[in-house]
Every structure is written in structure tokens, then in C-alpha cells.
Write a new protein. Structure first.
Lengths: 186, 357
């Protein structure tokens, strides 16, 4: 029996809620219990934004997370806010092309991923979230990789259907650590 | 049953209403329930239904009054400040014994307050939703699945008892996404409505929907009759869930999002050897008094976990007849109790061992 608690945080417009929905759908496709809780409010593009995702083998009690097993920090305020809350032994993903400091914790595993940079190199600098998503999938067993394309198809809106392939390509780049491996997942 | 899909709580309310035969949605947008209106705006025109954005909440609830008078299933939704505006209409709906469904996705108050989740409209929903003596059936979902299921139930109960059913949710359950399974047709029971104003076709007497009764002896009798009906509701309709209550020393009472946070805290407390359980009212009116009355003879103490300054706690004290101390664990203003916060309270109450403070 396992439960994985994930917080994804950054600026509005970075695909924070999208990434969360994607993970949630993947969990659902895996037959797990899932919940997705967004921050909501008067936020606009460029404001702060976060969401909490839980993927579990058991029914989920609180959708609100005190100590996440995984944190994806897509900007500096998010790192400052959530680094102290990562569960001991948990994983912290830092968007190192946008964040100018290192993590301070030594009891967690920290991954520095220049997500926006990698996304840019692969053709769309808006998709740093997909690089991060790929990276998370590559180092955790909580979410399987196999159903990610199916999940993207569920989450992506109809008018953005043409972005499916670029999403997959950039996700693959994140998964393989920045080297182009899109062919494997096309 | 169809496949499980991910939906926001607010969307689940809207979809369930449509599948329960609601073809009239009258509303006015307000965070954090706007998705209900947005969903209805998108769907209703496609299925021959009516979506109306009224000019205000007061207007919306009076449109509900009008539609309900014709016997059609109809709904309005809002969040706390908007519900206050609707209260006059709720009183009129009750006075005319009109079935309707009203959704309140609560936010922090009083006044305009904030837009983050709250449960501080408990009194308003269960005790004082307008002037005069009346009740509403109040259903409190704690998951997105229940947002759908209880909305459907709300329509059935409203028709069955000719009264308003309120779905009392909060911003968290409204905004969160979870898998939902929806039946294609949730409109289970069809009720005859011989009282509805549908045109006499010159074949019957006029049906009259009116709340102005100037003869006190008649108005008294109408009130007495209505309260006879409420008695039946109180006998038949209380709903609740028990969680780990078999051997509990401490009984948490909580509904909606607070009950979910409490469940997580209970699981942690049990790991520390503290025997704590939960009674979760699903109907807030009629309040499930019986399980709490029974628990009062078994447990050492109660904790009312709520996102209000101590409103639910009154009903816990009444139902338990104050046989055991009842403690309050709450956060307000849009702040939410975390599992850790509730766990701390459980440990504190456990250390007291049933002593009063």
C-alpha cells in the first residue's frame, strides 16, 4: 500500500495545473485513487499558482497535503515556500534555469532541471512543465510512464490537439535527461 | 455505470443535475462555484434546457420560485454572500411548499469575506435560511462523487417532500478533481405534481401558489401541517457515515472537507494507539442525532471539527445531550484544518481523558 503526495508550484502560465491534471489522470488510468486540488483565487498569468496531487492505493482522506513526497518548484517563491515541507526522504525538483539558489535540505533528494532551457532547445519554451514531468516519471515509480500519452490526450483541450506531439517530444527530453529521445515515445 | 472520469466538484454538481432531469438553471456567478454556471451555460442549450444568468442572486432565486411553481425541476447555485441574498426567496419557496434545489459552495465570511473554503454558513443553512418557521433538507458532500450523488438525491427529496434541498459544499470540494462515475439517467423517481401551475385547460380548478395568508388561524394551521411533514423527514431521511467508531474513545463529528481531513488525522492517531473515530453527518438537516446519542454513552469525549467558529458543535452538544465534553477544532476565514492540526487536537483531547475544561 502506498500513497504519493505531490505539490507542483510556480507562476500562473507555466502549466502547473496542467501537469497536476496529467499526473492525476495517469494515476486514474493506473487504477489508483487520485485527487487534484488547485490553488484558486484572483490569480492571473504571472501570479503564484500551485496544485496538490495525491495518488494512492487506498481511498484518499484529506486532499490537502502537509508534507509532500514530491515537490516540483518552478520558481523561486515556490522553492522558498515548499522546500521546508518536503517529507524526509522525499524528492525536490528545482527549475534551475529560473531559480538562482540551491536547495538547503540534505535529507531529501534534489534534482536540478533546467526545464525551460531544455524545452526551448526542443522547440517550445512554454513547455518547461513537460520537461519536469518527464524527469519526475524517470525517477519515481509512483506514476507509470506507459500511459502518459493517453493521459495527455484526456487532459489537452480539443483546440490544442495539434500540440500533442510537441508535448510528448519535450516530455521525452525531460525523461531522458535532456538528450533527444523523442523517437522512442513518438 | 459508465467509465470513471475526472471532474471538478462544481462540474459534477452541474452534470448530475442535468442527468437528474433539471432543465432550468438560474444563477449568478460567484467564486468558488462559477464552474456550475459555466457548465450549465455550455450544456443546457444543447439539450433543450434553459440557462439563465440573472441580473442578481435575488432575481435568480425568484426565477427558481417561478419555475418550481410549474413543477419543473430547477436549480440555482451560489456561494455564501450570494446565498444571503437568496434567503428571502428561500423563505417564499418554503411558504409555498415548492420543490427546488439550491447549492451553496461556501467561502469565508462574514460580509464579502474571501473566496477560500469555509463552512461558516452552517447555521444559515440548518437553522435560519430566511424569516419564518421553515426547514430545508441540507446535504453535505465530502467528495466529488458525492457532489454528484447528493445533488441527484437533492432533486428526489425536494420533489418527495415539496421543499427546498440545499447542497452545502465548500470551496475545496467544489474546486478539487476526483474520479466520478455517473449513471446515464439519475432521474430515478418521477413524482406527480397535481399542485403545479401548468394551465387548467378549463378542466380543473386553478392551482394557486401564494405565500400571503392574512388569516392567522389558517396561517397557523399551514405551519402546523408543514411541521408534521418535517417530522416525517426527520424520521426517514437522516444520513451519516461512521468511520472507525467500533472501539472509539474519542468521537470526531465533522462533515464535508473537514471530515476528510479528520479521517487522515484519525488514521495517524490510530498509529499512535489513540482510539478515535468519526461520525460524518451527510444530512445536516435532518441532523443524524441517533448515532451521536448512542456514541455519547460509549466515548469519553467529542471533537467538533469544522471550518467555522463553533456552529456544528451546538448540534453535537444537543444530540449527545452534553453527556460528554465536546471540544472544538476549527479554522476559519478560508483557512483549512490540516491533518496535523486535527491530530494535535486529538492528542490534546486524549490527554485530557474525558475531563472537562
Amino acid at each position: 500500500m502506498s500513497t504519493t503526495k505531490i505539490i507542483i508550484a510556480g507562476f500562473g502560465g507555466q502549466g502547473i495545473l496542467f501537469t497536476g491534471k496529467l499526473m492525476t489522470y495517469q494515476g486514474l488510468l493506473d487504477g489508483k485513487y487520485v485527487s487534484w486540488l488547485p490553488s484558486y483565487g484572483p490569480e492571473v498569468r504571472g501570479g503564484t499558482c500551485n496544485c496538490s496531487v495525491i495518488i494512492s492505493d487506498e481511498p484518499i482522506g484529506s486532499p490537502i497535503i502537509d508534507n509532500p513526497d514530491i515537490v516540483i518548484a518552478m520558481n523561486r517563491p515556490s522553492l522558498d515556500k515548499y522546500e521546508p515541507r518536503v517529507a524526509k526522504g522525499g524528492k525536490l525538483f528545482v527549475e534551475s534555469s529560473l531559480i538562482d539558489r540551491k536547495a538547503e535540505r540534505t535529507d531529501i533528494t534534489v534534482y536540478y532541471v533546467p526545464a525551460t532551457e531544455i524545452a526551448n532547445e526542443n522547440g517550445d519554451n512554454r513547455l518547461g512543465n513537460m520537461v519536469m514531468h518527464g524527469k519526475v516519471l524517470s525517477v519515481t515509480d509512483a506514476i507509470s510512464f506507459d500511459n502518459v500519452r493517453q493521459a495527455i490526450e484526456k487532459v489537452i483541450s480539443a483546440r490544442h490537439r495539434d500540440l500533442l506531439d510537441i508535448n510528448m517530444k519535450i516530455l521525452a527530453a525531460g525523461y531522458s535527461g535532456g538528450q533527444a529521445a523523442a523517437s522512442r515515445f513518438a | 455505470m459508465s467509465e470513471k472520469v475526472l471532474m471538478k466538484g462544481n462540474e459534477a454538481i452541474a452534470e448530475a443535475a442535468i442527468r437528474s432531469g433539471c432543465r432550468y438553471y438560474l444563477g449568478y456567478p460567484i467564486t468558488p462555484q462559477t464552474e456550475v454556471a459555466a457548465y450549465m451555460a455550455k450544456k443546457m442549450p444543447k439539450i433543450g434546457g434553459v440557462f439563465m444568468q440573472a441580473e442578481s442572486e435575488i432575481s435568480a432565486v425568484n426565477m427558481v420560485y417561478g419555475v418550481a411553481a410549474t413543477g419543473k425541476r430547477c436549480m440555482t447555485s451560489s456561494s455564501s454572500p450570494g446565498i444571503s441574498l437568496k434567503c428571502e426567496g428561500l423563505s417564499y419557496l418554503a411558504a409555498c411548499d415548492l420543490p427546488s434545489v439550491v447549492v451553496n459552495v461556501q467561502r469565508g465570511g462574514p460580509g464579502l469575506g474571501g473566496i477560500q473554503p469555509s463552512q461558516s454558513d452552517y447555521f444559515q443553512a440548518t437553522k435560519g435560511s430566511g424569516h419564518g418557521d421553515f426547514r430545508m433538507i441540507v446535504l453535505a458532500p465530502s467528495s466529488v462523487q458525492e457532489m454528484a450523488d447528493l445533488t441527484s438525491l437533492a432533486f428526489d427529496l425536494a420533489d418527495k417532500y415539496r421543499m427546498t434541498s440545499m447542497v452545502l459544499a465548500d470551496g475545496t470540494i467544489g474546486q478539487m478533481m476526483e474520479p466520478v462515475e455517473l449513471k446515464d439517467d439519475m432521474h430515478e423517481t418521477h413524482y406527480d405534481k397535481p399542485w403545479a401551475c401548468t394551465g387548467t385547460k378549463m378542466e380543473r380548478e386553478h392551482n394557486i401558489i401564494n405565500s400571503l395568508i392574512l388569516k392567522p388561524e389558517i396561517l397557523e394551521q399551514l405551519n402546523l401541517d408543514r411541521y408534521e411533514k418535517y417530522k416525517v423527514v426527520e424520521e426517514n431521511e437522516p444520513r451519516y457515515e461512521e468511520f472507525m467508531m467500533e472501539d472509539a474513545d474519542i468521537c470526531i463529528v465533522a462533515f464535508g472537507i473537514a471530515s476528510r481531513v479528520s479521517k487522515s488525522a484519525i488514521v495517524e492517531a490510530r498509529k499512535q494507539g489513540i482510539k478515535v473515530g468519526l461520525i460524518r453527518p451527510i444530512t445536516l438537516w435532518p441532523f443524524p442525532e441517533e448515532p451521536i446519542r448512542i456514541a455519547a454513552d460509549k466515548v469519553k469525549s467529542f471533537i467538533s471539527v469544522e471550518l467555522s467558529m463553533g456552529q456544528l458543535i451546538y448540534d453535537v452538544k444537543l444530540a449527545s445531550q452534553c453527556k460528554k465534553p465536546v471540544y472544538l477544532c476549527s479554522r476559519v476565514g478560508g483557512m483549512i484544518t490540516s491533518p496535523d492540526y486535527v491530530l494535535k487536537k486529538i492528542i490534546e483531547v486524549n490527554n485530557l481523558g474525558g475531563a472537562s475544561v
